[in-house]
Design a protein around this ligand. Structure first.
Ligand code: I3S
Length: 130
């Protein structure tokens, strides 16, 4: 965990809206539930936030609107382009975490998802050396 490696990972930061769904947990397939999520990459951790529209409480309470839903430690994770059998959508990434969670991440605009693929790949690679 050298200062230099930390510096590299800290430079790999990104945020934006993506569509995501969990597809599997501990080797068990779960029912897809695609939702739009504010996604933040920071310090080697990816955080999906709850869709403000989908929260049942405090829709009028601004402080409640952006709530972290899932945090994914990217150390030991893998990212790749999903094969066609994984989804009928285009531009789909498959993220598998060290603790056996699998997510699909998708966005219709290709350049946006290509950027996420690059930054997630670089982050995961950097974390290997920590
Ligand atoms: O891989 P699947 O099961 O065909 O995924 C689709 C379904 O989850 C569907 O919902 P229900 O079958 O639960 O009603 C979703 O609406 C679709 O979006 C899922 O497929 P895509 O190809 O969009 O990932």
């Amino acid at each position: 965990n050298s200062p230099e490696t930390q510096h590299h990972v800290q430079n790999l930061e990104k945020a934006g809206i993506l569509n995501k769904t969990k597809v599997s947990e501990n080797g068990k397939k779960v029912r897809k539930n695609w939702t739009q999520t504010w996604t933040v990459l920071h310090g080697g951790v990816l955080t999906f936030h709850k869709d403000p529209k989908s929260t049942t409480t405090g829709a009028s309470n601004k402080t409640n609107q952006i709530v972290p839903e899932v945090t994914v430690d990217l150390k030991g994770a893998t990212i790749c382009w999903a094969t066609k059998d994984k989804s009928s959508k285009k531009n789909v990434l498959e993220l598998k975490t060290k603790n056996a969670l699998e997510f699909l991440i998708q966005y219709d605009t290709e350049s946006i998802i290509v950027d996420w693929h690059r930054v997630l790949t670089d982050t995961i690679r950097q974390l290997e050396y920590q």
